[in-house]
Ligand binder design. Structure first.
Ligand code: ARG
Ligand code: ASP
Length: 715
């Protein structure tokens, strides 16, 4: 008995310690299969990724470059997040047919809506091409020469590797330049909109609930892939037919419980898990606080105006949401890094690393890495801070500066490419810029500018500050610019662009707003960018060697996974709650009851559609409910990041149980440091998705296409 308890304990410790990691599907067999099975997986690695047979990876395309989707029927039906389909849904919406507000459902295939420029990409095959890419590189002495040679090798291997005519070859680096994989991909270009719930379901909780658990968002939308008669990618045509996938996911409504195995497949964008402690410390102490402060100031102003005017709310809603998304993420990330003592943990790792280097007799090769990092990151600090300030203020959050920057680029084009290019760009700008001004309010921007330019003048490293911003009075400067600059309206902007190049440049250089952005950009290009680039290149080279050393000196049990790089990955874990704070425990499941608790009639974030309230009152949940309750979202220990949105959440048998869409706030530091204690991904439960399609929308046509695994009959 004792012995069994001990064994069990060991098992628990092992499986808990072994969570996290973003793995390569073609390498699961050697690296992860045993561990996945220990965690409860019932299928084999071969069923997830197979070179010769259809496998799960054939049902997981990247959705429009930045998200993930999954195929759920043999007629090319795919599921992704509502927030991933948001732009498409918005594009189809008019005042009469507001699909964002009311939702949309195609009750027949003919009603599905085609989309310009919407694509999904499948991975056909993954091959290791490291040796070919690194051929002749080690012999070169400078980092710049090495990079050039690598780029040449990538180009030649990309061009010479076998593929079908409708496929593409793409090479991506893993482990910071220590491994190169070739992806053969297929990109389908006729993807039609099939359905989405109203925003009061698909975006329920909006920014207030974003990055937060407990969550109640039905974040899903449906699309269908169309192909030509040979099932190959083709541009939109009325003759195209529904795509026949090699694999699609059955959907399980059999139910879930805490500690069940889950896995997520998708296209995570970027993580930096192997940064040295000095870099992590810089993020916590310097870079994140600066970016948060800037966005905080901009968001406060916008929010004030949006609350006062419906027109401004419409103009700024989308901009606000996207700025707020990472603002909120960075706050959570900074807190989480502090709370989990990430810097101390990295320092401990580095101490052990140093000992391993000595033990392996590799001092000559790796002995100076950490001191070099220390030196380099100390040196880059002010440059990196200046770069973040410039990016956040001039290129992102002060609109008058961002639009002025476009004109600065126009002037550069005249200098570098001549009259013709100048005229082309000028004409493009003059017509294209109305999109920008349609959503521009000079009053809002003026107030944002005053705040941000004040922060810039006060906190941008003094030694790099342009003359134009030394000893300024932010309020006076703002009045001066917003009274005199022609960048504040579409008509005035266009008037600046009238005339030949000489006239235009004269007008530009007499404009106060233009003068300011030009001085800021030139100071940045001269004082900051060259040195930043030089130091950054050094850090990239150091990181590559550091990663090489970590790999060489590690054991398999160390579980060294490559950082996310927008390629197809697998992550796995268990359904699990967490403790965000002392005395607080979060359960892993939420229910429709929670939606009713959050319900604020008429509120733009927490309103609930009448039909959903009716279904709640009559408890009309069909087979999707459990014990009289309707599940909505759940969390697990899968290690995900931006780009994993829309990813399939799968059970031990490879059936779809949910759709990934977010992470919990306390755990957003997982991009830098994953802690199994508090890092959780958030998924919408497949049962809620089906309930909405079936009971809320009455789209039986969609339900009938699916392969649904029912709960076992109660005896
Ligand atoms: N935080 C999620 C992600 O990073 C969802 C963002 C969309 N929702 C929003 N309220 N902005 O993409
Ligand atoms: N919401 C993110 C996405 O859109 C996912 C995440 O960052 O966890 O990809």
């Amino acid at each position: 008995m004792r012995f069994i308890k001990l064994l069990l304990l060991l098992f628990v410790i092992q499986t808990q310690a072994q969570q996290g990691g973003i793995w390569i599907p073609s390498l699961l067999k050697g690296m992860n299969e045993t561990e996945m099975k220990n965690l409860g997986m019932k299928i084999s690695a071969e069923e997830i990724y197979s070179v010769n047979n259809s496998s799960m990876k054939d049902a997981v395309p990247q959705f429009n470059g930045g998200c993930t989707a999954e195929v759920i029927s043999d007629k090319g039906l795919i599921l992704t997040n509502h927030h991933c389909g948001f732009d498409v849904i918005q594009n189809h919406s008019t005042v009469e047919h507001d699909y964002l507000q009311d939702g949309f459902w195609a009750y027949k295939m003919e009603e599905e809506l085609p989309n310009k420029d919407l694509v999904v990409m499948f991975v056909v095959r993954i091959d290791d091409v490291t040796t070919k890419i690194l051929e002749g590189v080690a012999a070169l002495s400078s980092e710049a020469e090495k990079q050039k040679k690598i780029q040449e090798n990538i180009a030649s291997v990309t061009n010479s590797s076998a593929k079908e005519s409708w496929q593409e070859n793409k090479i991506r680096t893993f482990y910071d330049g220590n491994q190169y994989l070739l992806f053969v991909t297929e990109t389908y270009k006729d993807v039609r909109f099939v359905g989405a719930p109203p925003s009061s379901i698909g975006k329920f909780g909006s920014d207030t609930d974003n990055w937060v658990w407990p969550r109640h968002t039905g974040d899903f939308s449906l699309f269908r892939i169309y192909a030509d008669k040979n099932n190959r990618p083709a541009a939109y045509s009325a003759d195209n037919v529904p795509f026949k996938p090699k694999h699609f996911f059955p959907i399980s409504i059999a139910g879930l419980k805490e500690n069940d195995f889950t896995m997520v497949m998708g296209y995570p964008g970027r993580t930096t898990e192997y940064l040295p402690s000095v870099a992590v410390n810089q993020i916590i102490e310097t870079l994140n606080p600066a970016k948060i402060e800037i966005r905080d100031a901009a968001l406060k102003v916008q929010d004030r105006f949006m609350r006062k005017s419906q027109a401004i709310k419409i103009q700024y809603a989308s901009k606000y949401a996207s700025v707020a998304n990472y603002w909120k993420k960075w706050i959570g990330e900074t807190k989480g890094l502090r709370k989990s003592n990430a810097v101390a943990a990295k320092q401990k790792f580095e101490k052990e690393f140093q000992q391993k280097v000595i033990k392996a007799g590799k001092q000559a090769e790796y002995g100076n890495l950490l001191t070099d990092f220390e030196k380099n990151y100390t040196e880059i600090k002010d440059y990196a801070l200046a770069r973040d300030y410039f990016t956040e203020v001039a290129l992102r959050n002060s609109e008058i500066l961002t639009v002025g920057y476009k004109l600065y680029q126009l002037e550069q084009i005249l200098n570098s490419k001549g009259e013709q290019s100048f005229t082309d760009r000028k004409n493009n700008l003059s017509t294209g810029i109305d999109e920008f001004y349609k959503d521009y309010n000079a009053d809002v921007d003026r107030n944002v500018f005053e705040q941000l330019i004040g922060l810039y003048a006060a906190n941008y490293p003094k030694q790099f500050l342009p003359e134009s911003l030394k000893n300024i009075d932010a309020s006076k400067l703002t009045t001066d610019i917003f009274t005199n600059s022609k960048l504040t309206s579409l008509e005035k902007f266009r008037s600046l662009l009238e005339g030949d190049s000489k006239t235009v440049l004269e007008k530009l250089n007499n404009d106060k707003g233009y003068q300011l952005i030009k001085s800021m950009t030139e100071a940045f290009s001269k004082n900051v960018a060259p040195k930043y680039d030089e130091l950054n290149l050094k850090n990239i080279a150091l990181q590559r060697t550091y990663m090489k050393a970590i790999l060489e000196l590690s054991q398999k049990s160390d579980r060294i996974f490559p950082d996310a790089n927008s390629t197809l990955r697998v992550t796995y874990g268990k359904v699990k709650g967490y403790k965000p704070n002392d005395g607080v425990v979060y359960e892993p499941f939420t229910y429709l009851d929670g939606i009713m608790e959050k319900y604020i009639p008429g509120d733009y974030e927490f309103d609930v559609p009448k039909k959903l309230i009716d279904l709640y009152n009559t408890k009309d949940y069909g087979n999707y409910g459990v014990n009289g309750k309707m599940p909505v979202c759940f969390i697990a220990t899968n290690h995900t990041t931006g780009g994993n949105s829309g990813s399939p959440a799968l059970d031990a048998k490879g059936n779809l149980i949910g759709l990934n869409f977010d992470r919990v706030w306390e755990g957003t530091m997982s991009d830098i440091y994953y802690s199994p204690e508090i890092c959780r991904n958030i998924m919408v439960d497949a049962r809620y998705v089906l309930f909405i399609i079936d009971k809320f929308a009455g789209a039986k046509n969609i339900i009938n296409e699916l392969k649904i695994i029912q709960p076992a009959k109660k005896k």
